[in-house]
Design a protein around this ligand. Sequence first.
Ligand code: MOS
Length: 744
Amino acid sequence: MLNEKPVFGFPLPRIDGPLKVTGTAPYAAEYHDPGMLFGYAAQATIASGRIASIDTMEAEAYPGVVKVYTYKNRPSAARSDKKWKDEVALPGHPFRPLENDRILFGGQPIALVVAESFEAARDAADLIRVEYHPDEPHTDITVERAKSYVPPEARKEEMRPTDPRGDAERAYEAAPFKIDVEYLQLGEHHNPMELFASTAIRNEDGTLTVYDKTQGSQNSHDYVCNVFGLKPEDVRVVNAYVGGAFGSGLRPKHQLFFAVMASLDLERSVKVEMSRSEMFYLTWRPATIQRMQLAASADGQLMSVRHHAIQTTSLHEDYQENLVNWSGLTYKCDNVKLSYELVKTTLSTPGDMRAPGAATAFLALESAMDELAYEVGMDPLEFRGKNFVSYDQNDDLQITSKELDTCYRVGAERFGWDKRSHEPGSMRDGNDLIGWGVATGVWEATLTQAEAKVRLFPDGKITVMAAASDIGTGTYTILAQVAAQELGQGAERVSVLIGDSSLPKTSVEGGSWTAASSGSAVQAGCLEIRKTLLSLAQKMDNHPFGNAPVEELAIRDNRLVLDRNDQVGLSIADILGHHGMASVEGHGKVAPDQEQAKKFTSYTHSAVFVEVRIDAELGVPRVTRVVSAIDAGRIINPKTARSQILGGVVMGLGMALHEEGMIDHRAGRIMNHNIAEYHVPAHADVHDIDVIFIEEEDRMASPIGVKGLGEIGIIGVGAAVANAIFHATGTRHRHFPITIDKIM
Ligand code: MOS
């Protein structure tokens, strides 16, 4: 299959797939150095307060232990007041491990034990004696909401609620049909396969190579250099393979700090890996309360939208999401009021988790739209179509492409929506209550600054280089396809070098922007190669190209040829040989177009259709069918693209039905901090998922025509499930996840 022509649209299997499934793609914790040391972090057992005393003598005496670090002996290199912020930092005071005696959140690392083996470090960590001056924990959003506040500094400008338009209160009062409801969603915890780990290898010349579990090697690199005052050339961060991340790896985590701190201090190689339980305390989607007040006219026109949201953050940082703005964007409405507040808790700072903001927002918005459709007495899909809007009403901008109406139509056809009966509880099949639900999803289509280098050799081999990451999304594969397509080669001839901070500048892999951004940068690099080859050829005697511009040239079978007549051309080997060159390189760069941004904005869209079957006696819900119709621009690889949507849908099922972080609010501690008691969807929870792409090339969204796929797949899924459960049972659930005990 690798020898097939690797044009865009070919379902090339992931080129890193065999390595990943055979366990031979090394993750950050799988690098070794003879004689290296192992670090293990001890965690606070209270959620808030101060350390009264910390006694490490017994731990230090444990066989194999080399050193125990606490706030009292943290090395000076780690005490700098240098820039602690990272590329995706938040307003507030970034967490600094071992900074002082304060306990800001449950599970906070309070000591690092470094030993000759992982087991010795872990055992010794248990021997650290700590006494605390505890303060009261504050972890319950339903209580803390009384102290909500508007974040003084926006994390990003687009996360500020847009200004009100029209008069939402008055329109609400005047409308004949209305709802005023509140949705509660508890925290969800990240559980990628790979645990957080950093292996800091000390090279002979004293420089460091750090293998880090991250979504951005350069972000980790810059963080390490800033915090420890190191020169950029003295540190290299590698994340060649990542075992899932979903947003959890956007910000550097404390194990990176610890590995580098200990390695510099002890002048040894040091590895620090987190436990699954530690990850529960550290990487999670915040708990959210959302009040939706919507009103419609008798013919189903949306008259008023008010969306007020409260989310949890930590004591030291203001984590924020773009949560409420989706409610002013998704449907046509002239009276809109949006507001967003935070509450401080003694939990770690929450973080981005697949479609941060939107996944949560659409849970409420799309449930509320369904509730209002039933108030009006209208089919929920027809109601959405009726309120379709073709431009961005929040910012009064045009949208570069929007095939959401096609998603509705094609998705409904595939699902068989026309066979749905409106009344809840009306579609029983034997012992099963059947429910069909629908929801809309929207996500930003973003182009970030990205660079890539492409090198073409005379034998047709190609090397692509960019710092970009592949967090399981298919970056290796699609970058190979882009280069192969642009340089007329088979994808098997392309070597993709990514996941290394020393490679050309790339943002963290997040926000669904990597294919659009790095793909476009690779494309630009290939264009530069064609230009260079043409100008080199045009310096040769008797070359056949005349004054042809580069647009009329193509590369086929290792020859630079006229696109319209590939008999006319020169071999690349001849061109390079003539000039004594071993290869030709192109350096591609892309950046968002600021002028275009004044008039246009870009989004991906989805329509999600869900069938649930609920056992009438036991209340057990099964999501038996999902149809997800996606508008995400050009699809470079339908196989990797489909996998992104499948993964998003499965995560959405977890959000709707299963994933529930439980906190003992008296202790402020997470009770189910393991994947035995915190249920993520397993195979038995996942049935038929049908993915449809409504393709269009959106060359305004990105030069390559791609809009991005990593996140749109999850958005709307939770609400579609909840709406299907309502349709099956007649009961509205506004408290997520909708676990079996709630359905019974
Ligand atoms: Mo994504 S939550 O930006 O990795």
